[in-house]
Design a binder for this molecule. Structure first.
Ligand SMILES: C[S@@+](CC[C@H](N)C(=O)[O-])C[C@H]1O[C@@H](n2cnc3c(N)ncnc32)[C@H](O)[C@@H]1O
Length: 275
């Protein structure tokens, strides 16, 4: 693991702690646990696109503390396995599964090492919201994803659109791009004390590093890894307040204020491994 990912891992350990325990965290662990009526669900975008997951074996890469992994189990998956490189997040994921009474496997490891850590293939490989910006090499990532999809199985990906990464998160509207849209080997360095899911958080590890992966490079990497793209959809919504002046809208999502030109804020890809 390079020094940038190692620093990111330190920050993710702290973020996991805050997201799992803080009352002001948008993750809402209490709502998740307070059944039987689900108060916490996946976002509208993936709920509308995923279709039924009943009876599927699912691998969730970069699962954080596993809440979405467990929501997939609640939606009827036959088995769910989550992987994340934060030991804190994985410990919490196992605890959350126990507290919720849901069977799930959680594996600690870097996504690039996943083929050495997890055996078998899956009906659905699932990756969503805030993932590939933490990864330096999109071709190697696509090979990992394709490795785990069963022949005839599906890969579903949903994340922020790289256009949003061109802007300063904290700048007031109207906004202008400050970072390149295109990929560079050197990551962009950020210093942030708070969290995307908790504006009140004050983290010790402020530094983090992100890589931009243009949509064309992501799609091409998946094709080169042997997957067949079923669709690529772009949305004017995203799952967190990615820019300071965004406004909440339905389905747990955020959008640009009314009257502002609409930009792509997230995108999804559905792909299959040929039989
Ligand atoms: C924003 S979360 C995404 C998960 C999910 N959408 C959520 O919000 O719960 C990003 C996760 O990626 C993990 N991560 C970052 N880089 C990673 C890597 N190289 N290998 C495995 N996990 C990584 C972090 O630990 C973090 O839990």
């Amino acid at each position: 693991m390079d020094k940038f990912q190692a620093e990111n891992q330190q920050r993710w350990n702290e973020l996991a702690e805050v997201h799992y325990t803080s009352a002001s965290s948008d993750y809402g662990v209490d709502d998740f646990l307070n059944g039987p009526e689900r108060k916490r669900d996946l976002h509208k975008t993936e709920l509308e696109e995923l279709g039924s997951v009943k009876g599927l074996d699912i691998l969730h890469l970069q699962c954080h503390f596993g809440m979405d992994t467990l929501l997939l189990a609640r939606m009827g998956a036959k088995s769910v396995t989550g992987l994340d490189f934060s030991p804190v997040a994985i410990r919490q994921a196992r605890e959350l599964a126990d507290r919720a009474g849901i069977a799930a496997a959680f594996i600690e490891g870097n996504v690039y090492d996943a083929p050495d850590l997890i055996h078998g293939t899956y009906d659905l490989v699932y990756v969503s919201w805030g993932t590939i910006c933490w990864l330096p090499d999109i071709d190697a990532w696509a090979r990992v994803v394709a490795h785990f999809v069963k022949p005839g199985g599906r890969f579903y990906f949903l994340d922020q659109h790289p256009v949003t990464l061109s802007f300063d998160d904290y700048a007031p509207a109207p906004h202008a791009p400050v970072y390149d849209y295109f990929h560079k080997p050197e990551p962009i360095a950020f210093n942030q004390a708070d969290s995307y899911a908790d504006e009140k958080a004050v983290l010790k590890t402020k530094r983090s590093y992100e890589w931009t992966h243009p949509v064309g490079e992501v799609v091409t990497a998946l094709i080169d890894a042997g997957l067949k793209i079923e669709y690529l959809h772009e949305f004017d919504t995203v799952a967190w307040k990615a820019l300071a002046f965004m406004e909440p809208c339905e389905g747990g999502l955020y959008r640009l204020p009314e009257g502002m030109p609409r930009l792509p804020l997230s995108y999804s890809i559905s792909a299959r491994k040929p039989l």
